[in-house]
Design a protein around this ligand. Structure first.
Ligand code: THU
Length: 138
């Protein structure tokens, strides 16, 4: 895991907008170009409209025209590394191979490394959609 990626996630965590949960999260992803894209959680008075840090980083990556994730770092508060939520596991798996490393950092110290496949075994993917789409002749 590159220290740069953890530093980028740590820095963007400062920008989190989390007045409701007070739980600040930062995420950083590295792509094949070497670029690092970052995101923080952005909450909303209409609670379900809030977005996770990982989603923000993925959106920034796509906005830059990149669609492949090689490495992920996520940092959140507390003394235990926080794993990405279920929705973010699916979002990450859209752009990352199963063996992509996800480093989870606890702001108060400690970190764990896992993989996208460990976080989401048997992920739903484009392959299932393609296999299920039938084109009629008429
Ligand atoms: N959160 C993230 O940003 N990423 C995750 O993977 C877990 C949860 C945010 C969403 C919400 O703003 C706050 O943490 C509390 O759930």
């Amino acid at each position: 895991m590159s220290k740069n990626l953890i530093k980028a996630a740590t820095d963007v965590r400062e920008k989190a907008y989390a007045p409701y949960s007070k739980f600040h999260v930062g995420a950083a992803i590295r792509t094949p170009s070497g670029a690092i894209y970052v995101g923080c959680n952005v909450e909303n008075a209409a609670y379900p409209e809030g977005t996770c840090a990982e989603a923000g980083a993925i959106a920034a990556m796509c906005a830059a025209g990149e669609y492949e994730i090689l490495e992920v770092a996520v940092i959140a508060g507390g003394n235990r590394p926080v794993p990405p939520c279920g929705g973010c596991r699916q979002k990450l798996s859209e752009f990352a191979n199963g063996d992509v490393a996800v480093t989870m950092v606890a702001a108060e110290g400690g970190q764990d490394v896992t993989t996208v496949a460990s976080l989401l075994p048997g992920a739903f993917s484009l392959a299932y959609l393609e296999a299920g789409i039938t084109v009629s002749d008429s």
